[in-house]
Design a protein around this ligand. Structure first.
Ligand SMILES: NC(=O)c1ccc[n+]([C@@H]2O[C@H](COP(=O)([O-])OP(=O)(O)OC[C@H]3O[C@@H](n4cnc5c(N)ncnc54)[C@H](O)[C@@H]3O)[C@@H](O)[C@H]2O)c1
Length: 333
């Protein structure tokens, strides 16, 4: 059994944004072509506790070197007050020859980067007539930090960032980090969420809102909202938008804004298509110039597997990680 901790994973992914984007793109295409298996995620919740949860995402990603495994990811928002990140995770990769678990990886870094890579891929694929040069990041946490990193790789013309967070200290800390690490970007903080929504056609929502609270009336016509947190937009806003998802069966669950919209109208016809479907077309996609396009990815376990496999290969090639002999019955590894 190979164990790859936080530092091993970070090291393996250092400077590899384009490889992660490519791995995520391939995973979406394989999903579109039917060479994946993605059972519904299991949400473990606790009695009299609406805040915390742990989710299991089992998946199989086919291809020349197929991968199977599971991500077990917890969300404890109160961790922020303890100085810890909200989310923590472990990923297990299984052998497709014997089924045996072969690798255990720290999962929060992989999870954040695959989410951000999916968002950046959507921004690069669902193109505007005039290329996006600015982005509004609503929710200044771990995910939007990675989104900025991957947007810069996918949209090199990006030059302006507008931040908003309910917690002003989080927005200020994010802005300070941008100034240190990306001094060439022009970064500002919006006083109100409406200001952030209207600042740029490209908006990324990564908050921890549990109940929808935002319309799109302040967004620019023809804009793109990357709706990663899945529960910010009011069902009415979803119904008025061009909706692109990763997988309709997955995203219309667990009281997401799309699930609530489906419950309201009794169908899913408001979903225009999937990112995988658009990637599989050979012609470039152009956003509707008058309406708002919303990309809502449930976050499929195949993306975690794709990036975890990349990490495992890099670690094996570099001799990183800890190999635990005798973990499994009947022999080495
Ligand atoms: N779709 C996916 O694949 C996927 C994957 C990973 C995470 N997520 C989601 O992304 C979200 C962000 O995750 P994170 O790890 O960055 O969390 P985080 O706790 O690090 O940051 C969230 C930030 O949002 C802010 N916030 C909360 N409510 C807000 C509101 N109404 N308006 C503005 N800001 C608000 C908080 O103050 C906090 O700074 C979570 O909801 C998580 O479930 C989605």
């Amino acid at each position: 059994m190979l164990i790859l901790g936080y530092d091993d994973v970070r090291q393996a992914l250092e400077g590899r944004e384009l490889d992660v984007l490519a791995a995520v793109r391939t995973a979406y295409l394989r999903h579109e072509r039917g060479s994946t298996a993605v059972p519904h995620s299991v949400f473990l919740r606790f009695p009299e506790d609406e805040r915390n949860r742990i989710i299991a995402l089992p998946a199989y990603l086919g291809g020349e070197q197929p991968v199977a495994g599971v991500k077990w990811i917890s969300s404890f928002p109160g961790n922020l007050q303890l100085g810890l990140e909200r989310a923590s995770a472990a990923i297990i990769l299984n052998s497709m020859r014997t089924g045996r678990p072969e690798a255990l990886l720290e999962g929060s870094v992989i999870s954040a980067r695959r989410t951000a890579a999916g968002a950046a891929l959507a921004a690069a694929t669902l193109r505007a007539q005039i290329p996006d040069t600015g982005v509004s990041l609503i929710g200044c946490g771990v995910i939007n930090r990675q989104v900025l990193r991957f947007l810069r790789a996918a949209l090199p013309q990006l030059e302006t960032v507008t931040l908003f967070d309910l917690d002003g200290d989080r927005a200020a800390a994010f802005a300070r980090r941008c100034a240190e690490e990306e001094p060439e970007l022009k970064t500002g903080i919006a006083d109100r969420v409406e200001e952030a929504l209207g600042a740029h056609p490209l908006v990324c929502l990564a908050t921890t809102a549990a109940v929808p609270h935002l319309g799109t009336e302040h967004c620019r016509p023809g804009g793109l909202v990357l709706h990663l947190s899945l529960r910010d937009l009011l069902p009415q806003a979803v119904l008025g938008a061009v909706n692109v998802v990763d997988d309709a069966d997955h995203v219309c669950r667990a009281a997401t804004s799309l699930h609530l919209a489906e419950q309201q109208v009794g169908h899913r016809e408001f979903i225009a298509g999937t990112l995988g479907g658009i990637l599989a077309q050979d012609r470039p996609y152009q956003r509707d110039g008058r309406r708002v396009t919303v990309f809502s990815p449930f976050g499929l376990g195949i993306l975690d597997l794709a990036v975890a496999d990349l990490v495992r290969r890099a670690a094996e090639a570099g001799g990183h990680g800890t190999s635990v002999a005798g973990f499994l019955a009947g022999g080495a590894g």
